[in-house]
Design a binder for this molecule. Sequence first.
Ligand code: ACO
Length: 323
Amino acid sequence: MIRPVIRGTGHYLPTRVVPNTEFSKTLDTSHDWIVSRSGIERRHFAAEDEFTSDLAIHAARAALENAGMDATDLDAIIVATSTPDFTFPAVATQVQAALGMTKGFAFDIQAVCAGFVFALANASGLIAAGQAQRVLVIGAETFSRIMDWTDRGTCVLFGDGAGAVVLEGQPGTGANTDRGVLACDLNSDGRYRDLLYVDGGVSRTGNAGVLRMQGREVFRHAVEKLAETATSALDKAGLSAADVDWVVPHQANLRIIKGTAQKLGVPMERVIVTVQDHGNTSAASIPLALSVANADGRFKPGDLILTEAIGGGLSWGAVTLRW
Ligand code: ACO
């Protein structure tokens, strides 16, 4: 059988770093409040003339370099994003053009903060089905473009950035000791739209809109659903939380990350945390965290990695993979 293996990772963060104190200049909030409720200390915001595709292209080049590959080696590009440059074409085709890749195919996936997990599962499916051998999977977002800067309950939480991985199909034995993606678990429940959504869009309002969130309700669903999907993605691979070397969670909020790890019984020393520096970068947060941890040498060959994410929809899911 063919296993989709991560061959390289890369990321990009815009140069402008915004500390929490920036928000207390215009809003009734404080560094201490933001840190105590979310764990976030700073985030990056894209420049006015810097777009989601620009972030994605930087991350893509870094991942290809890390993999020792050229764009011509790729069969497909998938970008997970809810903040595309244009309504269409897909950000993925802009990345394709910028990389000089003229064959294969490219498309976007929109599952908000769960977008990267959905994209990774789709890329794995394409590889397993023999439709592609090498797929570049990117999460890229400019959530600073959909903030209501007067809403202190949301605008302090998000950041901009991009992360990417190169997946390659390699022969496996079918056992859970194989390298690569072992199991995926995807879920959505559209009844929860009003908990977390953007109040604009092409068909409904004709403008981009801003993010609206019932924070406490999202929090309540998050810990429960993340622990469930993580357990399911481990079960499907015949594994349990005790086998996990690293949890790479969606970086929304340190309290959600800790609550989920606790529910799974995984100690925080085995959880990759970047939320303090990046804020919530939605679909970009997991590939960013994967790339940061790979760059500092934390992952060893054979390590079992569990990724999990939840976001607007609600949509949530998890992937187990061996490094
Ligand atoms: N600074 C100071 N006070 C604030 C701020 C702020 N930035 N934001 C809200 N408050 C106030 C509220 O107005 C409220 O005041 P009140 O009691 O006078 O009405 C008080 O703090 C408590 O508000 P809550 O929303 O109940 O605070 P909570 O402890 O739930 O923390 C938070 C809010 C951080 C949003 C939390 O609910 C949360 O993390 N929810 C999860 C949502 C999340 O992470 N979403 C990310 C997108 S989804 C995803 O990626 C998973």
